[in-house]
Design a protein around this ligand. Structure first.
Ligand code: ADP
Ligand code: UVW
Ligand code: MG
Length: 409
């Protein structure tokens, strides 16, 4: 079954066309700068790469261009659009309503829309993508897979903030957590690699990309995670601050005359590694390169980054009253031996962890990087959110389901 997986951002569309039966990627790509002049499509078929520059006004036009590339004689992988049998969509915020992957009918789309106020930066673009894709591929099933769904297993002890409970009742202000599709995939891979049932394991998954979060996955269920009401809380990220004292917000409003929107922008887009390096670097490769040459600003930023991550791992070992395995994933987690070694050897040896330096010296591999004697196993597991979306979509379609539960009750 050929499944198109799409991940719509406000000005971009990432996509993969997969054969869900063989789990192979037929083509993938990225359309950037939608609605901004100089839109660019980078389309890959195996090792072949094609680039097109053409101004694209909106997501409907963007998806039409992607479909053209998928069925074009020169760049395509299907003869006809009808070969695409289903579409899987990444949806960032499912609120409390979605603890599963779901068939996107009109009623469900309305319910997803009702969560827009919870994720104004992400959800409206996701919905635009769903509506556009349904226009272009009206006769195939569309499925939504939510970043928040896997974390809906958290108990209120983990998800409630200590603010008036009435605000939870009124606005559903609580921890939701994100990157759930990735944490779910990685935790299951860890169990597989260790050859143990996930129901017997306490796993900490660290999704360290440009956006970053840690999750505590106890016996197959997420029991806590570092992102919160929005994807701003928790770790230091590329441009996001992660945890700060909330009193900094009114302080800046008063002292600098910032509006609420300006402070939000500062914490989401001007902070993190970007802010700590005086707005010079976001990309971890640049920061590591300079930190290795003893650039004081980059060394300091990196120290803060790894320290925050180590603190969360320690906290989640406590949250689960133990930990069997720690897994690193996403852009930085998969590709940075430097980060992994620093986090483990500076802060986590007390857990009885021993890192195998040679094994750790790898990029993008799926591997155990702790020694056989290590009390807690440490792994690198490349994430694959698109594959999970394709699997869920295929299962819903093949079994004729309306929704697919992520765990048993
Ligand atoms: N070899 C590497 N060493 C260190 N960091 C890397 C390496 N390759 C990629 N990264 C980092 O991964 C991050 C992007 O991760 P990714 O998971 O793709 O993020 P997102 O999906 O949030 O955009 C960037 O900060 C990039 O610098
Ligand atoms: C939800 C979120 O933070 O996603 P990303 O890491 O893709 O920005
Ligand atoms: Mg990502």
């Amino acid at each position: 079954m050929k499944i198109l997986v799409i991940n719509c951002g406000s000005s971009s569309i990432k996509y993969q066309l997969l054969d869900a039966d063989s789990e192979s990627v037929l083509a993938k790509g990225l359309l950037e700068r939608i609605g901004i002049s100089g839109s660019k499509l980078t389309h890959k078929r195996g090792e072949e790469k094609f680039e097109f520059t053409k101004d694209i006004a909106d997501h409907t036009e963007g998806l039409a261009l992607i479909i053209d590339a998928l069925q074009d004689e020169k760049t395509g992988v299907v003869k006809n659009i009808n070969e695409i049998e289903a579409v899987g969509h990444r949806v960032v915020h499912g609120g409390e309503r979605f603890a599963s992957s779901v068939l996107l009918d009109d009623e469900v789309i309305r319910e997803v829309e009702a969560n827009n106020f919870l994720a104004p930066l992400h959800n409206p673009a996701n919905i635009e993508g769903i509506i556009a894709a349904k226009k272009i591929l009206p006769s195939v099933p569309h499925v939504g897979v939510f970043d928040t769904a896997f974390h809906q297993s958290m108990t209120e002890t983990a998800y409630l903030y200590a603010i008036p409970y009435s605000l939870y009742r009124k606005y559903k202000i609580r921890r939701y957590g994100f990157h759930g599709t990735s944490h779910r995939y990685v935790a299951n891979r860890v169990a597989n690699i260790l050859g143990k049932p996930i129901k017997e394991l306490k796993i900490i998954t660290a999704h360290i990309g440009n956006g970053a979060s840690v999750a505590a996955v106890k016996y197959g269920r997420s029991v806590d995670t570092s992102m919160g009401f929005t994807p701003l809380e928790g770790l230091v990220m590329g441009t996001r601050s992660g945890d700060v004292d909330p009193a900094i917000v009114p302080f800046l409003q008063e002292q600098e005359g910032f509006t609420a929107g300006e402070v939000n922008n500062l914490l989401n887009k001007e902070s993190g590694m970007f802010g700590l390096t005086d707005h010079q670097f976001v990309d971890m490769r640049d920061i590591e390169e300079r930190a290795a040459k003893k650039d004081p600003l980059c060394m300091r930023a990196h120290n803060i980054y790894e320290y925050r991550l180590a603190k969360y791992i320690g906290a989640y070992a406590a949250a689960m009253n133990g930990v069997d395995a720690i897994a690193f994933t996403a852009g930085v987690g998969e590709n940075s031996p430097f980060l992994r070694e620093n986090v483990v050897n500076k802060y986590l040896n007390y857990l009885g962890i021993e890192l195998d330096r040679e094994k750790n010296n790898c990029k993008g591999c799926e591997i155990i990087i702790s020694t056989p004697q290590s009390k807690v196993k440490v792994l690198v597991v490349p994430t694959n959110e698109e594959l999970v979306i394709a699997r869920d979509t295929s299962e819903i379609v093949k079994k004729g389901l309306k929704e697919l539960k992520l765990w048993e009750d």
